[in-house]
Design a binder for this molecule. Structure first.
Ligand SMILES: Nc1ncnc2c1ncn2[C@@H]1O[C@H](COP(=O)(O)OP(=O)(O)OP(=O)(O)O)[C@@H](O)[C@H]1O
Length: 274
């Protein structure tokens, strides 16, 4: 079994010689659900963009990223067949999730594009089996009744679940979710995280999710990777996340009050000890 994600000597420097990623090595095995945590600006989104080949690492050096056994980029060059590689990667990114003016169903069907010839992808021309698959995916994430609604009319949480349904239709083996619950209320957040967790446990889909909320990361992910200034400063189980570790991760940027349950040396909640 090859790893789902391999990162080797990844460095990213933006203008002004500011290095925002410096990861010696990171491997994620198939079926893992991993949270990426870290203060604002620690490099979480930049890392996910590199994994999907949307951003290019520094030239020279190793800078190698392999997803689903295929090289996305190395030495600062994105793979020529990156579009094919992306077919195996589902994205739940806040910024460019859905086409707002199109119905939810069409957005979800877009997950099938990579395996269909162009003429079959014109509006309404999706084969029946793909339509059925899209309906099943919407049912799975609990928003089937919204299939004909314009995506722009959905709530934030519903949009995230539609993006997850699209990843399902796509047949993604890896889902990258960039702060999928950033602007959601607690109940919508829980549903989105539970949906990701269900796909992870039931379908074996590897999930890498960046989160601001440490307590949510501890509740849903068995492995947590923490970044500080683009470096991995913690990689372990929720039960190992102590006050000391968290103060190293967040430095002077004190976690918000809702993180308090995790910021303690006292016995951790049951879910964190699992
Ligand atoms: N295109 C860019 N040009 C220059 N600097 C950038 C660019 N994109 C990101 N950065 C910088 O890289 C650093 C990491 O940003 P990134 O968005 O990855 O952090 P983050 O951990 O996802 O933060 P947040 O939690 O606030 O979303 C930041 O200092 C940011 O200003």
């Amino acid at each position: 079994m090859h790893p789902a994600i391999v990162i080797e000597a990844l460095e990213k420097t933006f203008q002004g010689n500011r290095r925002v990623l410096d990861i010696a090595s990171l491997t994620v095995m198939p079926g893992e659900m991993v949270a990426i945590i870290g203060a604002s600006g620690s490099g979480k989104s930049t890392l996910l963009r590199h994994l999907s080949g949307l951003a290019r690492a520094d030239r020279g050096g190793t800078n190698r990223i392999v997803v689903n056994g295929r090289c996305v980029q190395q030495r600062g060059h994105i793979a020529r067949d990156v579009r094919q590689i992306r077919a195996g990667i589902g994205f739940v990114f806040q910024q460019f999730n859905l086409v707002g003016r199109l119905p939810v169903l069409t957005n979800v069907l877009a997950g099938a594009l990579s395996r269909l010839p162009l003429w079959r992808t014109l509006p309404g021309w999706f084969p029946e089996c793909e339509q059925e698959r899209a309906h099943q995916a919407l049912k799975r994430v609990g928003i089937e009744e919204l299939s004909q609604q314009r995506a722009s009319t959905l709530s934030g949480g519903q949009q995230q679940r539609a993006a997850i349904a699209r990843a399902l239709v796509q047949g993604a083996q890896v889902i990258l979710a960039d702060e999928p619950i950033a602007s959601l209320d607690p109940e919508s957040s829980r549903r989105v995280m539970q949906t990701l967790a269900d796909l992870n446990r039931q379908d074996g889909i590897t999930v890498l999710v960046s989160l601001h909320q440490v307590d949510v990361a501890m509740q849903f992910c068995r492995r947590i990777v923490a970044l500080r200034h683009g470096r991995v400063v913690f990689d372990g189980a929720p039960s190992e996340l102590t006050t000391g570790v968290l103060s190293e991760v967040y430095g002077s940027e004190l976690p918000s009050p809702e993180l308090e349950p995790a910021v303690t040396e006292a016995p951790l909640p049951a879910y964190a000890r699992a």
